[in-house]
Design a protein around this ligand. Sequence first.
Ligand code: ZN
Length: 127
Amino acid sequence: MSTHLTAGQRAWLRTELEQRHQQLKRRLDDHRGGRSRIEYARETRTQDDDDAPQREGEREVDLALSDFETQEFTEVGEALARMDRQDYGLCVDCGSDIAFDRLRAEPWASRCVGCATAREKEAARRR
Ligand SMILES: [Zn+2]
């Protein structure tokens, strides 16, 4: 278990994560109108057939936003799970403490700055 965070910091981060989780869940539910992602995608595609071409761009943005929020929702959920397992605040790659300043900006961060940067570089190279 990580010991570099005080009980107060952990409590604050947990509240942040729980609020974000609720918020994203509501947004995603609204966005999909309660439908599953696959149904949503299928319906969007069906609508595309008889719709004006200039509206397709908007819908792509819509779907991309949903993807982004789904991803973030997953990350926030995983951070809450790590908190329950007591390994929250530790880098999943190298196991070092993630600085509170970083967690304060991004409470669902799962990697230290070094590993996150290395990963981004790696991803950029593969692109
Ligand atoms: Zn690391």
